[in-house]
Design a protein around this ligand. Structure first.
Ligand code: BV8
Ligand code: ZN
Length: 254
């Protein structure tokens, strides 16, 4: 995406920037693609595999029950990698955008914590956090940023095995967070979806919920997704490049 506003490719970006200058209530939904330019592998893209496992094979209660050591090895590898990376210009642009919109909620499917590290404040981590652990015995919650972890971390309170405090496939999302997301989607005037393949439910339905309530949709992704046909603005490109251009266009327009 060039910064010449008159190309057809940039017309959606300029149009979205002009609209966002007038918007009161904006919701953003991000997925693994927003962290890709920080060096965090996506789930379904190149590098999304670990050894020869798919995320859906490991991010499940069944996998953890069957082989907790293997699942902890995967999470420990991801934690170690995420601890080494930094937020990228896409994360930083979303943090800046929050300061420009009166009511802004950033819903993320990512568990890496990079949005908060970039300075975003109103963040809803609907799939949990890789930096939190939950006791399988007493349910105790804790933040644990040790890398590497002792391979099978135990609860200091009751001695039971800890698990990552993330939402695995087949597990329900936290109802309170789902309710907060739904409330924001109901009121949103615009919803910006960035870096998600739109495969994982219920997050993949959020944009269509918002559209049903009257929101206009914008998508930032190098590739088309099932959501693309429903979008009012399609900004094809990497979020680390497109989002800073969007903020520049907003500054120039408003
Ligand atoms: C639920 C936390 C119900 C863990 C994650 C059949 C069998 C079993 C279940 C199901 C089924 N069919 C549907 C389901 C439900 C299931 C689901 O959706 N499965 C999918 C695979 C079909 N969903 C669930 O199980 C959910 N729970 O439904 O509960 C219930 C109700 C009551 C009681 C009990 C149960 C829970 C889903 C949450 C799973 N946990 N993560 C962890 O991270 O370890 S999901 C995981 O996928 C991550 O959170 C990730 O963010 C998320 C979504 O993936 P994306 O973010 O979209 O990433 P992806 O790699 O797919 O795409 C990257 C995109 O970025 C691409 O589009 C690419 O083009 C783009 N990109 C690349 N580079 C860039 C870029 N974009 C911008 N810039 C770039 N530079
Ligand atoms: Zn415990």
């Amino acid at each position: 995406m060039s910064d010449n506003p008159n190309t057809d490719k940039n017309r959606p970006l300029i149009g979205l920037a002009q609209t966002l200058g007038q918007v009161q209530r904006l919701v953003a939904l991000t997925g693994a693609g927003v962290s890709a330019e920080s060096g965090v592998p996506t789930f379904r893209g190149p590098g999304g595999l670990w050894r020869d496992f798919r995320a859906e094979d490991l991010a499940t209660p069944q996998a953890f029950a069957r082989d907790p050591r293997l699942v902890w090895e995967w999470y420990d590898w991801r934690r170690g990698l995420i601890a080494q990376v930094s937020p990228n210009p896409g994360h930083l642009a979303l943090a800046e955008l929050e300061g420009l919109i009166p009511e802004f909620l950033l819903i993320t499917q990512n568990v890496d914590g990079l949005h908060r590290r970039a300075g975003s404040l109103n963040v809803l981590e609907i799939h949990g956090s890789i930096w939190e652990v939950r006791c399988t015995g007493c349910g105790g919650l804790d933040e644990d940023r040790r890398t590497p972890l002792p391979l099978m971390p135990w609860c200091r309170n009751c001695g039971a095995l800890l698990r990552p405090n993330v939402v695995w496939f087949g597990e329900a999302l936290d109802p309170a967070r789902l309710q907060m997301a739904h409330e924001a989607l109901r009121l949103a005037q615009v919803m910006l979806v960035a870096g998600t393949s739109g495969v994982v439910q219920p997050a993949a339905s959020f944009a269509l919920w918002a559209k049903e309530y009257g929101a206009r949709l914008a998508e930032i992704n190098p590739d088309p997704t099932p959501l693309t046909p429903y979008c009012d603005w399609v900004l094809q490109g990497k979020s680390g490049e497109v989002l800073p251009l969007l903020l520049t266009a907003m500054r120039q327009n408003n």
